[in-house]
Ligand binder design. Structure first.
Ligand SMILES: C[S@@+](CC[C@H](N)C(=O)[O-])C[C@H]1O[C@@H](n2cnc3c(N)ncnc32)[C@H](O)[C@@H]1O
Length: 694
């Protein structure tokens, strides 16, 4: 590797751990790395062979332990607290705004009042201790004025759930509840009889619910959760595990619809999206302790509070302030959401996976050479079946306890054999920081002082954190929402990244600079759908960011090598396909008309003159093919027109027909086809997370 490449790779790698500009962590880790020096890093730390040893080392080795213990010994609770007075002020602001008819702004004030209010009975000097119920009552008023009766009803029910409410407040709530129920029933009747809800209103209401995920085409895979039966996972020494078509795949087919194993919302969206399910907030509920996060409904709040948020609550501001990356937060979430017992249980499974991996990479390289095709197939099936065991036990999101034994993520690639000692050290320091944060919030049974050396339980959890930090670097996905244009759904729309998540099945899809699938999200569920047809055995590739139409070969190589540590050998790279701008000049290759011939031919200047196919050696007349290509282009234009009229379903039908035809008679690259694929992907994303600012 050239020096500049190694430098770029190290830079990319560090950014998956922490910010290069914000927070205290970077400064601390740079200082620690400088202090211990290269010799110790390479000769001592670099010789350690597993994650437990690495975590133990930073807490016990004389060269580094004081720095680590002293810095992390100062960890304190840091979070945004409740504020009853502010809640009351915001509630009064809300009433003022309502009286001047500004109900939307009033709703925002009431929501702030709800989120800042302490639980009833906590601060009795203000609102006699009922700030929360009063804030909810005020918000219900605003929601009713806006016609959002279901949200209002929900607020009133939450407000009434306190058994110790004063008689006066209970009576007010009772009256409001009956009024709200009546208005809700009436509005339902009106909608049913007159179908009064217009498209815009319907869309607005749906923003606050999780969109429906599409069914998996061909039904779900027998044991690879979240994948369709049309997908198979294979493994080769050069590209590792990857998804291939098990059957014919058509354009638009849904090949993945998977819920995440763990996910984390970016802090900048804490005020606008549900901390748990990522849905847009309309009438948020808060955590009873902190004012940092918001939930769209009781169910999300309960799931979060019963699992990860009970640990993260009092350190959230510290975590954000440290400048840690969102992937580091996800590494912590994978631990906090399952709890200590499950972590201890997981450790044995992770060790088994690592051991099996080591054994099989040694054995496989020798064995595979000599095996027959059918023996290789049996071996593949056996391995996948072994993995599926953890799968079947774990993919029911409703049963959180089942998540406790899910070890699928630990079989994903982490490129440990290529990792430098300094990279390991930086990750280990982050794992140590997270470990001490967990200790501060009583994650562990023993209550040792922060400064003391870690117990065996802590080393286990530290090693899991460290492993998470490694595997997430190459396997996490960004969750997105489509911000629709102000005036038009498609024109001016853009993709907004809300957070990150880990999907053990989708993480098996390799990259291609000309991907076979497009990706969008329904809530936190990842959906992958085909944008070009595939035959059995063909690779179903995703795109990791650099797409051939927008980035040059050099840029793509640098980005993929720096971020994902591989050299791409896809067709777009090996044939050096031109980017969009240069595609205008490019002559599209047409398929030979001889049955089963793979030949690709360039259009002759004079169309009536046949050209010789170098594959089948026949003279081929391409007039028909050129005619069909024009039909395709016309089909694309009709699709674009439907999009211009904001009719995504009709646009998709036109585009699918034209794209299918194109792939039968020609081969990419072809400028109009790629524009059509982008348009088709936008139409599909339209049924996922979307938001149109008012
Ligand atoms: C998300 S994982 C994909 C699944 C992975 N191949 C596995 O075995 O689990 C990303 C890693 O896969 C490998 N990879 C992905 N696309 C590749 C490609 N086109 N060629 C070679 N390796 C690729 C790289 O090692 C990359 O870091």
């Amino acid at each position: 590797m050239e020096e500049s490449d190694a430098f770029y790779r190290a830079l990319c790698s560090s950014e998956t751990i922490r910010s290069a500009t914000k927070g205290f962590f970077r400064e601390f880790s740079d200082m620690a790395i400088n202090n211990v020096g290269d010799v110790w890093i390479i000769r001592s730390f670099g010789r350690l062979t597993n994650d437990s040893e690495r975590v133990r080392c930073v807490f016990t080795d004389i060269k580094i332990k004081d720095m680590v213990q002293e810095t992390f010994g100062r960890i304190k609770h840091l979070y945004r607290d409740k504020d009853a007075l502010l809640s009351k002020t915001k509630r009064n602001e809300g009433f003022n705004l309502m009286s001047s008819g500004n109900n939307e702004k009033a709703l925002l004030c009431f929501s702030q009042a709800v989120l800042r209010a302490p639980i009833n009975g906590k601060v009795t000097s203000i609102d006699q201790g009922f700030s929360l119920s009063l804030a909810l009552l005020g918000r219900a008023d605003a929601l009713m004025a806006l016609g959002d009766y279901e949200f209002a009803l929900e607020d009133l029910k939450v407000a009434m759930s306190d058994e110790n409410l004063s008689i006066k407040i209970r009576e007010q709530l009772d009256v409001k509840l009956q009024e709200c129920q009546m208005l809700l029933d009436d509005s339902k009747k009106i909608i049913m009889t007159k179908n009064l809800l217009n498209d815009h209103e319907m869309m607005r209401k749906n923003y606050y619910r999780e969109p429906l995920s599409p069914e998996l085409t061909g039904g779900p895979h027998l044991f690879l959760n979240g994948l369709s039966k049309l997908v198979e996972v294979r493994e080769t020494p050069n590209v590792g595990k990857h998804a291939v078509a098990a059957d014919n795949i058509k354009i638009g087919d849904t090949v993945v619809s998977e819920i995440p194993l763990a996910s984390c919302l970016l802090p900048e969206y804490y005020g606008t999206h549900c901390h748990h399910c990522f849905v847009r907030l309309r009438a948020p509920l808060g955590c009873p302790v902190c004012s940092c996060v918001a939930f769209c409904q009781q169910k999300c709040r309960t799931e979060a509070l019963e699992t990860y948020h009970k640990y993260e609550c009092k350190i959230l501001a510290l975590l954000i302030g440290s400048g840690m990356s969102i992937l580091s937060m996800l590494a912590l979430r994978m631990v906090t959401q399952i709890g200590l017992e499950a972590c201890l249980n997981l450790k044995g499974k992770i060790d088994n996976i690592i051991e099996n991996d080591n054994n099989s990479s040694n054995e496989n390289s020798q064995l595979k050479m000599n095996l027959s095709k059918s023996a290789k197939r049996r071996l593949r099936k056996k391995k996948l079946n072994a993995n599926s065991h953890e799968f079947n036990k774990s993919n029911d999101n409703t049963a959180l306890s089942n998540l406790k034994v899910d070890s699928r993520a630990y079989a994903l690639v982490d490129h440990n054999s290529k990792r430098t000692a300094v990279d390991f050290l930086e990750r280990t320091l982050m794992a140590a920081f997270l470990l001490k944060c967990l200790k501060k919030v009583d994650f562990f049974r023993e209550t040792l002082e922060l400064q003391e050396s870690p117990s065996e339980e802590e080393i286990i959890v530290g090693s899991i954190l460290l492993k998470n930090l490694q595997l997430l670097q190459f396997n996490a996905h960004e969750i997105s929402e489509t911000r629709l244009g102000n005036e038009h759904r498609f024109r001016g729309s853009k993709t907004i990244y809300l957070g990150v998540a880990i999907y053990p099945s989708a993480a098996r899809f390799n990259h291609d600079c000309y991907p076979a699938v497009t990706r969008y999200f329904t809530g936190r569920t990842i959906v992958l759908r085909a944008i070009r047809p595939l035959k059995p055995g063909e690779v179903i590739a995703e795109n990791y960011g650099p797409i051939f139409t927008k980035r040059s070969l050099k840029e793509r190589c640098r980005s993929l090598a720096g971020r994902y540590w591989f050299r791409c050998t896809c067709r777009a790279c090996t044939e050096n396909w031109p980017c969009f701008d240069n595609l205008i000049e490019y002559t599209t290759r047409l398929r030979c008309t001889t049955e089963n011939c793979p030949g690709l031919l360039l259009q002759p200047r004079q169309l009536s003159r046949p050209v010789k196919c170098l594959q089948c050696q026949r003279k081929i007349n391409l007039e028909d093919r050129v005619g069909v290509l024009r039909d395709c282009e016309e089909g694309y234009s009709r699709g674009f027109d439907f999009m211009e009229n904001e009719q995504p379903a009709e646009a998709m039908n036109e585009l699918i027909r034209a794209l299918e035809k194109f792939h039968m008679i020609a081969s990419p690259p072809h400028r109009e086809t790629h524009l059509a694929e982008i348009a088709f992907a936008s139409c599909m994303a339209n049924s996922g997370n979307t938001w149109q600012p008012c």
